[in-house]
Design a protein around this ligand. Structure first.
Ligand code: FAD
Ligand code: THG
Length: 816
């Protein structure tokens, strides 16, 4: 158990759905004893989404964090008891394939399950029928069976956790509606309700789809959209007579028919059907009726039969026995969707002490509550939460229009087969660099990230690709990929290429205290002369890697940081003393990376400053001019080639591009995209934060010990690093043995032929210089040369542990 505060802060939790109840339990378990849960509806079924949730829990997700949340929910609810039975019914899960595309995707899903340690098996149609005798055998190609999935008894779990929290001192007040959030000087001080005020040091909004209403009281936009989703129960089936015990209600696996956006569970002798097949049905959170005024429950809207009609036909096709039944009761139930389908967790940076735990499924509820309780108690959670933190959204992603469009799209795509590189189609383009017009003209193939349009390759380079000898790709890995990327990578290694680095986050840190502050915040030594650049790590108190940064000291008191997520800025702002000023300069500036053996031939004639290796060495910065454009040049390269990142203000970006382009013509310069970029960085062994390492990993196991200077003085995370033992796992470089084989990331890795996966791939890409696919993976320490297997769509492909870096270990491409 963790450090319990000496006197517990006063906490108000808004909402007694599954999230609020689980949180009260987790906080009181950690010794917090001044918890008040305020609920507008009557307990124990106050009328939110939890009150009617059918409780299906499928644990496997592309997100390792979501899967871990769900695993904890299953563990915890299995052990919780209410009314003499467990709060989890482990009937298992069965996901069906009725199309070849889904059948292939289930194999990919089985790989994800293996990566995250979830038991599961791909089974044929006969085995599916054994588990679910009502299925039409002719419709089913097969399924993915996960015996540990099942049904959460949500309201029972609420009750059991409430009782435990109350026994430890928590208060639950129902029929108490929060009407205002009180604040002073940027800190929350309490809440007002229709029954008086409650002073509080911390307020947690666990108000489910009412989140935006609470957000408005606090002056904060909450990026979620309430949407209605249809759930119906059939009349009794003769075929189910006597099959299920009315107390446990279900014995057969929860069933998914994603090709038709449907799921099923048993309710004793009836079948419950959930549908995502209908049009998005947004609900205005501000117009939801109060409990006493709602026809059923505030979260339950009248069933719209016409929306369900096509689904009902699909149900009867899959389960022919349903032809003898009809829809007996149905409703349109409301819950939350977010722009990226992930929950919204963490403390608001705009209002200190105001926490969010919103857009959480029953599936993830206990895991989320544990993580938020850890975070509130220790300042960090034991799992990496970066995909869930409220701070992940860019300001360009905060408009209500953006949230509504994206969240509705998430609803539509909830069961779709989604490629890891697939971008949403709307609203685009949103953020573009100053070079956008040129990129369009060069036939850029854009993918979206953080709201930015990012070129992945340029059709203009198709001619160069004609000579590339590449193995053909199977259709999945060929999606969002082009052989042109190979030509762009080659041009970078052999000539020179321009990369749009504008989406790279840039922070400016200035002021008398800037150096001391950055020394305290990060792991490497930054006390160097102006003009130096340092690769350094933002660590948390336990030594976990929160981010990797480049820090350029441009003047005594002026630093420019190359950072990763918006959370980096929040972290720095949180800790900054008064004599340090921090600004995100990303939107007003831009950056071009000019890299390749001819980079100096291209750039040197454009400036009067000396760009020789002697005058401007590796990891050095210089303010200079490129033609008419003032730039900051940084001699570093994520692709591992000679060259510079050239930064200027957005207004001069186009001029910079054109100047470099013109000067580059005689050298055969090309524009190159992220597909080549990713390949080159993998060959060079440069890690991508958020994929290869996160807060769950320390620098040594991530292979980043070189960026830690233990003797520079104290810094956050140092004490924890001192106490570390030998690593039990390492971020390990692998190459695939078959030059034609490709993996994409998150696949399970097996060290011995039998047994469980020993680890999983973090990121991967074809190394065009090496002529093989490179994959990084978390694995137990293994010697170079060790053979392993990576499972890709159910097939094991051989790979070998290799020494790093794979490309140019002597740095001859960079140091010249
Ligand atoms: P809620 O349960 O909505 O709780 C929030 C509480 O806050 C409410 O009780 C509300 O009254 C209270 N509140 C709001 N405003 C105030 C205020 N101003 N003052 C005081 N109290 C306030 N998830 C799964 O994992 N598996 C499923 O199979 C599944 N099926 C679903 C089927 C349907 C039809 C629906 C609608 C949802 C389903 N979900 C499922 C989603 C799941 O139900 C929700 O994501 C989950 O219950 C949300 O829990 P919560 O505690 O965040 O919100
Ligand atoms: N450019 C800039 N800032 C950045 C990135 C970038 N910040 C975020 C992210 N990318 C940081 N990632 C890296 C990873 C590796 C290197 C640079 C940024 C790198 N490493 C060399 C190595 O590992 O050998 C040098 C390390 C050293 O000398 O200390 O170049 O792309 N501006």
């Amino acid at each position: 158990m963790s450090s319990t505060p000496a006197t517990s802060p006063r906490v108000v939790v808004i909402g007694a759905g599954i999230v609020g109840c689980s949180l009260a339990d987790e906080l009181t378990a950690r010794g917090w004893d001044d918890i008040t849960v305020l609920e507008q509806g009557p307990l124990p079924a106050p009328g939110g989404s939890t009150s009617h949730a059918p409780g299906l829990v499928y644990r496997t997700s592309p997100s390792k964090t979501l899967s871990a949340f769900a695993q904890y929910t299953v563990e915890k609810f299995s052990a919780l008891r209410a009314d003499g039975q467990s709060c989890f019914n482990a009937v298992g899960g069965l996901e069906l394939a009725t199309t070849p595309e889904r059948w292939a995707d289930l194999h990919r899903k089985a790989g994800l399950a293996a990566s995250w340690g979830i038991e599961g098996e791909i089974i044929g149609p006969d085995a599916c029928l054994k588990l679910w005798p009502l299925l039409d055998r002719d419709r089913v190609l097969g399924g993915f069976h996960t015996p540990g999935d099942g049904l959460a008894r949500s309201l029972s779990a609420c009750r059991a956790q409430t009782e435990r929290a109350v026994a430890r001192g928590a208060r639950f007040l129902d029929r108490t509606t929060v009407t205002g959030i009180e604040q002073r000087g940027g800190r929350v001080t309490g809440v007002t309700t229709d029954r008086g005020s409650f002073a509080a040091d911390l307020v947690v909004s666990a108000a489910g789809f009412w989140g935006p209403v609470i957000g408005r009281m606090a002056g904060i936009g909450i990026p979620l959209l309430p949407l209605a989703h249809q759930y119906a129960k059939t009349t009794p089936l003769a075929e189910l007579a006597g099959v299920n015990n009315p107390r446990t209600e279900a014995s057969r696996p929860i069933l998914r028919h994603q090709d038709r956006d449907l799921y099923f569970r048993e309710h004793t002798d009836r079948i419950g059907i959930g549908s995502y097949a209908h049009r998005p049905l947004p609900v205005d959170a501000f117009a939801v009726p109060r409990y006493d005024e709602a026809p059923a429950m505030p979260s339950s809207y009248p069933f719209t039969e016409e929306d369900f009609a096509p689904s009902w036909e699909d149900c009867k096709t899959l389960l022919p026995a349903l032809a003898h039944t009809r829809v007996d009761e149905g409703f349109n139930g409301v819950f939350s969707f977010t722009p990226d389908g992930m929950p919204v967790l963490g403390e608001s940076s705009a209002l200190r002490g105001f926490w969010l735990a919103e857009a959480v499924w029953v599936t993830h509820s206990a895991g989320v509550a544990k993580a938020v309780a850890e975070w509130m108690t220790d300042g960090r959670a034991s799992l990496d939460l970066h995909e869930c933190e409220v701070s992940r959204f860019e300001s360009a992603q905060s408009s209500p229009a953006y949230v509504e469009e994206r969240a509705a799209r998430q609803f539509i795509e909830v069961y779709d087969v989604i490629h890891p590189l697939q971008s949403m189609e709307q609203p685009r383009p949103l953020r573009v660099s100053p070079f956008y017009a040129r990129q369009l003209r060069l036939g850029a193939h854009f993918l979206e990230g953080g709201g930015w349009e990012r070129p992945h390759w340029y059709e203009a380079n198709a001619g160069l690709a004609a000579t590339e000898q590449l193995p053909t790709r199977e259709p999945w890995s060929a999606r969002h990929w082009s052989p042109i990327a190979a030509a762009e990578a080659r041009a970078t290694r052999e000539k020179v290429a321009m990369y749009d680095m504008t989406p790279l986050r840039r922070l400016e840190v200035t002021g008398p205290g800037a150096l001391d502050f950055l020394q305290h915040m990060t792991s490497n030594n930054l006390a160097k002369k102006p003009g130096s650049v340092t690769y350094t790590l933002l660590l948390d108190e336990t030594g976990g890697v929160l981010s990797d940064l480049t820090v350029a000291r441009l003047a005594e008191q002026h630093f420019q940081l190359g950072a990763n997520t918006p959370a980096d800025l929040d972290r720095l702002l949180d800790h900054a003393p008064d004599d340090v000023h921090i600004r995100d300069i990303t939107p007003g500036t831009c950056c071009i990376g000019v890299w390749g053996p001819l980079a100096r031939d291209l750039v040197q004639p454009l400036t009067r400053d000396d760009l020789s290796h002697q005058a401007l060495g590796y990891f050095k910065a210089l303010r200079t001019h490129i033609g008419h454009v003032p730039v900051t040049a940084m001699r570093l390269s994520y692709v591992g080639e000679l060259g510079w990142e050239l930064y200027t203000t957005a207004d001069l970006g186009l001029r910079l591009w054109d100047t470099l382009w013109e000067a580059g013509r005689p050298h055969g310069v090309i524009a190159a995209g992220r597909s080549a970029f990713n390949s080159l960085r993998l060959e060079k062994g440069y890690r991508a934060w958020g994929h290869d390492m996160t807060a769950e990993h320390n620098p040594y196991e991530a292979g980043l010990g070189f960026a830690v200077r233990m003797n520079k003085g104290d810094f956050i995370g140092r004490d924890a690093l001192v106490a570390l033992g030998e690593p039990t796992r390492r971020l390990t470089a692998l190459t695939l043995d078959d030059p034609a084989a490709v993996v994409l990331g998150k696949e399970p890795v097996y060290v011995n032929s039998g047994g469980c996966a020993a680890g999983y791939v973090t990121s991967a890409g074809y190394g065009y210089t090496l002529g093989r696919c490179v994959a990084y993976a978390w694995l137990p320490p293994l010697a170079p040369g060790t053979p392993v297997h990576i499972e890709y769509f159910g097939e094991k492909t051989a790979a070998t542990v290799v020494e790093e870096p794979l490309f140019d270990p002597k740095m001859t491409h960079i140091l010249k």
